[in-house]
Design a protein around this ligand. Structure first.
Ligand code: FES
Length: 84
């Protein structure tokens, strides 16, 4: 049976994008490549989550991360994949 994939959804609405998700998107992509995790996730961008005031936001499955930056995103992914 295929292992269930992790859903990573990054907000690419204009507020989150301009406040950091542009950079976070690149950092997550590099992290997934470096750790051979690309096959284990669905990584996609989405329109505004309606949470701009808490942005930039990112979702890992049902977990919503607020005021996220690249470092926090990588930390959350490490925790999710139990890498430390
Ligand atoms: S632009 Fe990201 S929540 Fe609105």
């Amino acid at each position: 049976m295929e292992q269930e994939k992790t859903e990573i959804t990054i907000c690419l609405g204009s507020s989150c994008f301009s406040r950091g998700n542009k950079n976070t998107l690149r950092i997550i992509d590099e992290f997934l490549k470096e750790n051979q995790l690309k096959d284990r996730v669905h990584f996609r961008g989405n329109h505004c989550f309606g949470r701009c005031e808490a942005g930039p936001v990112l979702k890992i499955n049902d977990r919503l991360l607020e005021r996220v930056d690249g470092k926090a995103a990588v930390q959350a992914l490490r925790e999710h994949f139990e890498m430390e």
